[in-house]
Design a protein around this ligand. Structure first.
Ligand code: SF4
Ligand code: F3S
Ligand code: FES
Length: 232
């Protein structure tokens, strides 16, 4: 089948604003958007720029706006999109070139919530044990691949770039509810700040956008509830 791709292009050396460019591409219905982008880059226009790595929905590098929704290009089949496909960079970040956005502020927020196990007590001879029930409390949020599809689909983030955003909260949740971790209060204090969880208006775009099917809004609500109960 032939598909027309409308791709938002931006060259920082020559463009002041982004512009759409069209490409007609022969693809199989079961090709993914990433396959088509590769076809365009390798056979039509080598200047097209986009991030990708694993091509299997694991590395989180090819989040982009596809027909108006944030998705991973390597997980969306052409047959599910039709014969006109619009591809744009994720919203809310500075565009570096074409579909590549500046992820540095996103990872700054990720680092701000202390995304690692903190426990200064003497470690046991073997591993730090945890019950199955305790492990399940944060199982969902371990699946995050830091693609930023959630944060860049959140209207609150679009109007207030200070908001830590759902991805940072999901990764805080992963440690706040880990029974082996001792720094939940520190993370809750960070998320109680004016850029933290209270900015969330329960809009659910983040949950809709997550390619890992994490219940992002529920994770945010878990953190809000923990804050209320802990009275940080
Ligand atoms: Fe991506 Fe989902 Fe993680 Fe958000 S929560 S960064 S959408 S994997
Ligand atoms: Fe935004 Fe998700 Fe909350 S879209 S407002 S972070 S529920
Ligand atoms: Fe790795 Fe799509 S290329 S998630």
């Amino acid at each position: 089948m032939q598909v027309t791709f409308r791709i938002k292009r931006f060259n920082p050396d020559t463009d002041r604003v982004g512009r759409f460019q069209e490409y007609k591409v022969d693809v199989d219905p079961t090709d993914r958007v990433l396959d088509a982008l590769n076809e365009i880059k390798w056979r039509h226009d080598g200047t097209l720029s986009y991030r990708r790595s694993c091509a299997h929905g694991i590395c989180g590098s090819d989040g982009m706006l596809i027909n108006g929704r944030n998705r991973l290009a390597c997980k969306v089949l052409i047959r599910d999109l039709g014969t006109r496909i619009t591809v744009e960079p994720m919203r809310g970040f500075k565009v570096i070139k074409d579909l590549i956005v500046d992820m540095a502020p996103f990872f700054d927020k990720y680092r701000a919530i202390l995304p690692y196990l903190i426990n200064d007590s003497q470690p046991p001879v073997a591993e730090r044990l945890q019950s199955i029930a305790d492990r399940e409390k944060f199982d969902d949020t371990t699946k995050c691949i830091l693609c930023a599809c959630c944060t860049t689909s959140c209207p609150v983030f679009w109007v207030n770039g200070e908001y830590l955003g759902p991805a940072a909260i999901v990764n805080a949740h992963r440690f706040i509810f880990d029974s082996r971790d001792d720094a939940a209060a520190d993370r809750l204090a960070i998320l109680n700040d004016r850029a933290g969880v209270w900015r969330c208006r329960t809009i659910f775009n983040c949950t809709d956008a997550c390619p890992r099917e994490i219940d992002v809004t529920k994770a945010i609500e878990d953190v809000k509830r923990a804050l209320v109960l802990s009275r940080v």
